[in-house]
Design a protein. Sequence first.
Length: 478
Amino acid sequence: MTGLVPTFQLLKPPLQIFVLLYWGALCIIHLRNSGNRTRLPINTGSKNRDPGMFTLFRLILGAAFFAAPLLLLREWLGLESVLLALCLLLFYPWWTARHIAIPLGMPRLAYALTVFNGIEWWNDKPEGPVAAAAWCLSRKRTATEQAITWAEKHLDPARPLRASTVAAHAMLAASRGQLLEARTLFEGMMLLDGRTAPEAIWRLCFEWLTTDAAARGDWTAVRRLTRHHLAPRVSTLILLARVAQRPPGTRKASIFEVFLSRVPFPSPDLTPIFSEVPISSQSRAGELKAIVEQWENKFADERLRQHLSLRAAALGGGDAGAALNQLRQLVQSDLTESISVAVQNGETISEESPLLKAALNSGRRKLLSELSERVARMDERRRRDRALPAIDEWKEFLALHRTYSLLCAQGDRSGSGTAFYTMCARLNAFAVWLLDQKNEKAIANAIFRFLVSEAERNKSPDREIISRNAKVSLGKSH
């Protein structure tokens, strides 16, 4: 580096201007990257790696960046081009991994490049690199179990959970073709604090979820995901959000319109992009109501009862009323599952029909029993001081959260209050145990924030205590 100025003076004036512009661009990029460090992910207890060799290699790359234009003096244009290309690819390793290694199906290279990434990934290794390798494998139609196991073995089950941990396991599930588990884990990431992973991990999460929802034709989920406060404003999400808000039956968009839809900053106003659209197809709740009305008419049909009585007499005995009640129980059981699906889609189920009301009550009792069992198992692990691996504890909480959400979504105010007080004290104690004894800050914080929101909704006197727990769980001072 000491010979830069004398060598620079030997260049011709046009080349000196070019080199000055080049160095200026490097300085602007460096200042921009330094400004982004204010949004670095927080540490949740993971042991940091020694930055010595990493820093040294980055300094060598920086020196090569500044010295590369001076090769023009010797007219080594071929060597200069190769050196610049290599420096650029290694100086921005995540860009290289995302746009080159992953599309080309090179999981080991994607892993190595992500390992080499900058300070913003420092607390997310090896989970971030494993997520990149698994993403690469999930794009292959013939990903081998050996390759998936190679990526999975780099995960350390003893490390505290972060959002990147969940993303890594989600991508590993997707690479195995387990899309439902991948979808559940990615959606569960949204319960975590947004600062527990770099922005690239959140982009991976939301792009995977929105493209998966679009592939399934679930445009309601696309609109919900693109409106989430953690969703990045990137071209893929903007395009899918605009597709989701197009009314059914409109003409196909032109290539130019599709191109404009992918522009990340078309307008500062997001309202037209994420606006609601009318649902043209009949809702599941409406279909259920029509089906239930038909069954109610059948059960109330006196001719059917007489027909069953005659058949029972011809067969030598039997109770027609008992047969109808048994059939009613079977229909009620099937309705309970269909109601759960409708409730998950945000629909409201009317209780006007006795059959629907009975099915709703049966489903609520089942969900409340399941919630109590899950909380009891978590409390038992706390009392015995036997924690599951971090990802398994997270899956247990996701299952509990899903059960509680389904119970609350069914519209029974007293039932949701009972569910909250069933779990509040023991779940709070469980989160405190995870925080103090197991150093699982991210999981504990997610549980505390969940309890805070529900305590506010149920006007619980414990909401101040839980709120303080949530603030200190990730080292917040405010």
